[in-house]
Design a protein around this ligand. Structure first.
Ligand SMILES: [Zn+2]
Length: 253
């Protein structure tokens, strides 16, 4: 079976009714619960010092996200923050509801302020046939106008935002306000790249407008997160550091 025909078989199955939930404890004691709704990952990070959420699913799935957070043993009102890796609807869509219903502070990159206010994705540039097939649907997704409680414009201490050690780093590219969150030996990279649909390799994301700039960002990521061994992606994944290095080599040819 070719990769293309395999993807055609698997893609319709991505819109599951309830969240799939993968729980991954790490050596540094931080626990990552990846909650996947449709094709988007939200990552619930639980530590002895508290919990926070990275990304918030699509707007239509926020009730399922809330249920999944509770199933993971965390009451949404206890979340220290929801950090948006970027302002696309499938990552930012549930944030306003989490804020209004549970008082969860929203953290986002200042470069995505206009997109979050508009509640609409800015121009998407497909990189492969899957994205071209999905483009019209993804481009037209809408979500509630969202305002962050904390805008990130420069490298920022995660402890200042959540009480949990780590860093939040602006990495403009996929969107102007894209952020990377680094904590312990893990990094949350949003759509800087994605995991492969089958297996655990790192793959170019579905939508990237400037591929050269994206390749530079991949190199920068490994420099600014030298201790990160696992990279949690917005779609599929996670992937190992070796797989990110392999993607950089493949893309640099
Ligand atoms: Zn995106």
């Amino acid at each position: 079976m070719t990769a293309r025909s395999l993807a055609l078989v698997l893609l319709p199955a991505l819109g599951c009714a309830t969240a799939t939930h993968h729980h991954r404890p790490t050596e540094s004691g931080l626990e990552v619960h990846t909650l996947t709704l449709d094709h988007s990952n939200a990552h619930l990070v639980v530590t002895a010092d508290g919990a926070f959420l990275v990304d918030s699913a699509t707007p239509s799935r926020v009730d399922d996200l809330v249920e999944a957070i509770r199933d993971a043993g965390v009451e949404p009102a206890e979340l220290r923050a929801v950090i948006l890796t970027h302002g696309h609807a499938d990552h930012a869509g549930g944030a306003k509801t989490l804020h209004e219903r549970f008082g969860v502070p929203i953290v986002a990159g200042v470069g995505d302020r206009a997109m979050l206010a508009a509640g609409a994705n800015e121009l998407l540039c497909p990189t492969d046939w899957i994205a071209r097939k999905r483009l019209e649907t993804d481009q037209n997704l809408r979500f509630e106008s969202t305002v962050a409680d904390r805008w990130v414009a420069a490298p920022t201490s995660l402890a200042r935002l959540t009480g949990i050690r780590g860093r939040v780093l602006p990495m403009a590219g996929h969107t102007e306000g894209s952020l990377v969150v680094v904590a312990g030996e893990v990094a949350f990279v949003g759509d800087l790249f994605r995991g492969s649909i089958v297996g655990r390799t790192a793959t170019t994301h579905f939508y990237i407008c400037d591929l050269d700039d994206n390749l530079e960002d991949l190199r920068t990521l490994l420099e600014v997160a030298p201790d990160a061994t696992t990279f949690f992606t917005g779609h599929f994944g996670p992937v190992s550091r070796a797989e990110v290095e392999a993607l950089i080599i493949a893309r640099g040819r």
